[in-house]
Design a protein around this ligand. Structure first.
Ligand code: A2P
Length: 280
């Protein structure tokens, strides 16, 4: 298992990232970053809407690791879509994180036809701002999140720079096979948010029976399974022992038959957040 994936612009991205969604702002978020970096993570997945970017920035500043050794992502929130607003939102995230540049910036959710008549234009306008920031060297790679094929296609038609990443919900029981196939065919790296189904998949009996064979936890099994499917997992935890546990996934290999069993599990654990029907 490689320690990095390579993006379509040749930028290297650490193959396991640390999720920060639902990390409470303040000491908890600051300490979770420090613990994650001490445990070996070099990739932090943040977002403006998580409301903790200042704390994440403090954690990064005081972690004792050079900025260049870290890979930091943030995301453009839905209320900031469009060209000028996206530029402003990027600057705010950068300031809150107290950084000079971002490694990756994503459109957090697509504008969709459910909410906007001109949804394609809105997405392309946000994208144009991100392309500009990329060309200025202020972001090393740009991408999207929660985009399905029908959101990606019009964006890609109008784009000068193709998305490097699509971050989607992905865990056993929710594998979005069509979306993953499209991304892989188009050289877009898929990242997994909620790789543990935000805890919903951890008590599953099939997963428990497989994990025990490798002397690993179900959480470790889910993370390793994503990696072996060439998907970049972003597990979140604020608990030091779990932060460490979730990084300890590079010393075992899930067999082909167990991979198939997990890949074919019936649908379960979906968050219910569909980009075409969300109301935010
Ligand atoms: P906590 O942050 O309190 O440690 P996901 O990354 O899929 O969104 O899952 C995050 C949720 O799973 C959080 O509630 C987190 O709790 C919990 N969690 C993270 N790692 C583990 C683990 N190794 N074992 C059990 N629960 C975990």
């Amino acid at each position: 298992m490689k320690e990095h994936f390579k993006l379509n612009n040749d930028v290297k991205i650490p193959s396991l990232g640390f999720g920060t969604w639902q990390s409470p702002d303040g000491e908890i978020a600051i300490n979770s970053i420090k613990t994650a970096i001490a445990s070996g993570y070099r990739h932090i997945d943040a977002a403006a809407i998580y409301n903790n970017e200042k704390s994440i920035g403090l954690g990064i500043k005081n972690c004792g690791i050079e900025r260049e050794e870290l890979f930091v992502t943030s995301k453009l929130w839905n209320t900031e879509r469009g060209y000028n607003t996206a530029l402003k939102a990027f600057n705010k995230s950068l300031k809150d994180l107290n950084l000079e540049y971002l490694d990756l910036y994503l459109i957090h959710w697509p504008a969709s036809s459910n909410q906007f008549k001109n949804w394609e234009k809105i997405n392309s306008d946000s994208w144009r701002a991100m392309e500009e920031l990329y060309k200025e060297g202020r972001i090393r790679a740009i991408g999207v999140s929660n985009f399905h094929q029908h959101h990606l296609e019009p964006l890609m038609e109008n784009a000068e720079i193709l998305p490097a990443v699509n971050q989607i919900e992905y865990h056993p029981g929710f594998t979005q096979n069509d979306c993953v196939k499209f991304c892989k065919e188009n050289n877009i790296l898929v990242e997994a948010w909620s790789p543990l189904g935000t805890g919903r998949v951890l008590e599953n009996e099939i997963l428990k029976s497989i994990a025990v064979k490798y002397n690993k936890s179900v959480a470790q099994l889910c993370i390793r399974w994503a990696l072996q499917n060439a998907i970049l997992p972003l597990p979140k935890s604020i608990t030091p022992s779990r932060i460490q546990e979730n990084f300890d996934v590079f010393d075992f290999e899930i067999s082909e038959s167990d991979m198939t069993t997990i890949n074919r599990m019936d649908s379960f654990g979906f968050s219910g957040l569909n980009p075409d029907s969300v109301d935010f």
